[in-house]
Design a binder for this molecule. Sequence first.
Ligand SMILES: Cc1cc2nc3c(=O)[nH]c(=O)nc-3n(C[C@H](O)[C@H](O)[C@H](O)COP(=O)(O)OP(=O)(O)OC[C@H]3O[C@@H](n4cnc5c(N)ncnc54)[C@H](O)[C@@H]3O)c2cc1C
Length: 406
Amino acid sequence: MENLSTTCVIAGGGPAGMMLGYLLARAGVDVTVLEKHQDFLRDFRGDTVHPSTLQVMHELGLLEEFLKLPHSRITRVGIDIGDRHFQFGDLSHLPTVCKFIAMMPQWDFLDFLAGKARQFPNFHLLMQTEAKDLLAQNDRIAGIVATGPQGHLQIRAGLTVAADGRGSILRDKSGLKVNDLGAPFDVLWLRLPMQPGDPVDVIGRLQGGQMFVMLYRGDYWQCALVIPKGAHDAIKAEGLSKFRARLKAIAGFAADRVDQAITDFDQVKLLTVAVNRLEEWARPGLLCIGDAAHAMSPVGGVGINLAIQDAVATANILGPVLQKGVPKFSDLKKVQARRMFPTRIIQAFQLLVQNRFLEPAVLKSDRTPNPPWFLKLFDRYPLLRRIPARFVGMGPRPEHVKLAKK
Ligand SMILES: Cc1cc2nc3c(=O)[nH]c(=O)nc-3n(C[C@H](O)[C@H](O)[C@H](O)COP(=O)(O)OP(=O)(O)OC[C@H]3O[C@@H](n4cnc5c(N)ncnc54)[C@H](O)[C@@H]3O)c2cc1C
């Protein structure tokens, strides 16, 4: 068993873990990030980089270079219900440097952050290294037990951060209590080819009891079909041709590509949706952030944003302590005290949308739903579209980088 030691060990190289790793390394803290996959080319997140995340990149002096990466920009958000299009978000008036959502695959975002973090000699990124358990010492978490390409390793640290996402193993091992808030749907994740003349956009469609979202990814569409929770096996059992017919009914202009593109169920990935949160985000020596502390559903496309905001708040609160020594339990609790409010608000919004609208109008119906009153309102009065734009684009209690570079 190899033994390593560091000031802060972070399990998970997703948005929360990579951003925290970068911010701490930039402030001179010795930090080690473990990512279980060998690269960031994973497809289990959306592609949204929100105005508040772009603001953080601006505050870090990284924005200009970041925006040179291929991306598309969304300033207006809408949805098609049956044959009608409803606009409900207008980001063009946000008080942020970027008044748009940058649509960029998460692996480009994470590769970029990793590249910047690697410039600091005190940043260590261990790819293909999976956290398996917590190390405990004198009633305190003292690091992580992991397996990597060279076998088992123990990493001792003054602070252990679980940023290992909605299936967090460290959260399970910690014994911290999770409150499950329920999610009545899962997502089938698949690709359809782009064709010349396609719009460069995010497309949301609701029709005949189905919901379909298409994310523009340059040379293909990343698509999400919303299905009732647990329905995946039954859909597979119905066979490929029924599944293709289901897709064709909802894919709009891309329906003509379904037969050619979907030839096997292996091309269709099930992404399980969960909405939950920890009662307590910390134990002495251990802090959970991002989806490990509060799993977010795809509703509103805000989970990545919230994970980044957690990372910024954590760095602001704990960075100065880590520069001098080991944070106390009371320091760790300050992170939850700061971030619980936005988490509650955003999850309440996600639950409202999924339980009051998605469940009755899509998951338990086979008809095209009547547009809800609030969509009609936003569509009719353009000024009102600034409200959802602010909620989704910036979120409640946006964080700013306070931890200085060393
Ligand atoms: C179907 C679906 C679509 C979504 N679409 C969007 C969207 O469009 N926009 C949006 O903002 N949010 C979206 N979300 C929510 C979003 O994916 C999460 O809220 C966000 O990714 C949380 O970031 P995170 O860093 O906390 O965790 P994650 O992004 O899950 O990252 C965790 C990382 O930890 C690694 N890891 C896991 N276990 C270990 C281990 N034991 N050891 C080491 N590494 C480990 C994983 O490989 C991963 O890289 C979506 C969610 C779902 C389910």
